[in-house]
Design a protein around this ligand. Structure first.
Ligand code: BJ8
Length: 422
């Protein structure tokens, strides 16, 4: 991992403290990623994105911002990045997946809330995330209680707007959501000082559709048995999707897909056909949270699908590009976003059908449901998932954990016992 203290200083970071952090990332990265055998060569781009995470991409965003492109930070795949691109801004996902910032957050926030919220908040309070420092505006949402109440506090450190995400999907909820999308568009236009007209929104939709489509292609190639790519590499790419430049990212994903197609036709795989195939479902795994994938793959299985917002929920649906006016564009955009089956909705039965569909498409042989500690909605929804799996004879296990390494041994034992059933 390279360093750029001059840039970090300009971003108002705690440079002394931050300078010690990239080394940890390097060691973890070497163990988890670079030690893998027979990785696709096109993973080099994504390795480089991580090696340069605190220099290259952040420098690129900083320079673009100096050139008049404001930066919007988000925490949920419900916030429509198409509209940020349409208005000439940059959109980056800011969710936190690191243990290192939790203690900062716990000086202010209660301890018994979701680690993702604490990690993200701690990054801002401790001034130890350059991406958090570069954003002009944060757009939060009212999905879960931990997030929506944290935004009130986060607003003291960085301007934080909040959009209301309905909790149901009736017609009146869809109307409310359309109004929220329009408010979001106006807020982004205010900071970019640009009105996103029909052509600009078309271009924004095309760019983000292309990114999502590239990920769809990659995910369907990785479903091949034997797997041409590991689950942890796929997760890494899904994480990088939230901060890379979207056009270049899509191109690099397609280059990797081309290589995977060749690997499939020549029978070149990362694990033999007999390897147990596991699908992960549940809460998002924000960068650098690789804990569960590492445990599963170190136990001799391979992860073949992530039913998660850092996973298929982010890219399974595209926006219809055939609109003829701006109103229709925004309606179609809201329709696409309303298909996201987050457990914050009630009822959320579409998710059951989606999990089953992805289970079958990926050729998985068991589901491990991943729930971040204190995430009540996913935790309770796991009851229905378990019932559905039991009724169909699908091996199912749910795990509730946080970012600390303390339960690694216990999780390893549970995962190994689960794999024996397969
Ligand atoms: S659309 S999953 S990205 S809200 S894990 S912070 S819900 S307590 S992340 Fe999410 Fe949007 Fe839904 Fe997706 Fe709260 Fe749960 Fe933590 Fe969560």
């Amino acid at each position: 991992v390279h360093s750029d203290p001059e840039l970090w200083e300009k971003l108002g970071m705690d440079v002394a403290r931050f300078s010690g952090m990239p080394a940890m990332l390097t060691n973890a990265y070497k163990n988890i990623f670079l030690s893998q055998h027979n990785r696709p060569s096109k993973m080099a781009y994504f390795d480089d994105m991580v090696a340069n995470i605190h220099t290259g991409r952040i420098r690129e965003i900083y320079d673009a911002k100096q050139g008049g492109k404001p930066v919007v930070g988000t925490f949920c795949v419900y916030v429509p990045e198409e509209l940020v691109v349409a208005a000439g801004g940059i959109c980056i996902g800011l969710c936190g997946g690191a243990q290192g910032s939790i203690a900062d957050a716990e000086k202010i926030l209660p301890r018994n809330i979701c680690p993702m919220v604490k990690s993200a908040f701690g990054f801002k309070v401790g001034k130890i995330c350059p991406y958090f420092q570069v954003v002009d505006l944060v757009y939060g949402e009212t999905t879960c209680d931990a997030k929506k109440k944290t935004w009130e506090l986060l607003d003291r450190y960085v301007p934080t707007h909040v959009m209301e995400i309905p909790q149901m999907k009736r017609e009146r909820d869809k109307r409310l959501w359309l109004d929220e999308v329009k408010d979001f568009k106006a807020a982004v236009e205010r900071i970019t000082d640009t009105v996103a007209d029909f052509d600009a929104v078309s271009a924004g939709i095309k760019t983000i559709n292309a990114k999502r489509f590239a990920l769809q292609r990659l995910n369907s190639l990785r479903h091949h048995n034997p797997s041409p790519i590991s689950g942890r590499d796929m997760l890494l790419i899904e994480q990088i999707a939230f901060y890379d430049e979207p056009v270049r990212f899509a191109q690099k994903v397609h280059e990797l897909c081309d290589e995977l197609e060749q690997r499939i036709s020549s029978g070149d795989a990362v694990a033999p056909t007999s390897t147990p195939r596991i699908m992960v479902s549940g809460t998002p795994m924000a960068l650098p949270n690789w804990k569960l994938h590492y445990i599963i793959e170190s136990a001799g299985a391979i992860v073949v699908n992530e039913e998660s917002c850092i996973g298929t929920r982010y890219y399974k649906d595209l926006i219809d590009e055939g609109s003829t006016d701006l109103d229709q564009q925004l309606e179609r955009l809201t329709e696409r976003y309303m298909k996201i089956d987050c457990s914050c909705f009630t009822p959320n039965d579409d998710r059951m059908a989606q999990v089953l569909k992805e289970y079958e498409a990926s050729g998985a042989e068991g589901i491990i449901d991943y729930c971040l500690q204190f995430c009540h909605t996913y935790n309770i929804e796991a009851v229905k998932l378990r019932e559905m799996c039991e009724a169909r004879g699908i091996p199912f296990m749910s795990i509730e954990t946080d970012y600390s390494p303390d339960d690694m041994g216990q999780l390893q034992t549970r995962v190994e016992a689960f794999l024996e059933q397969i």
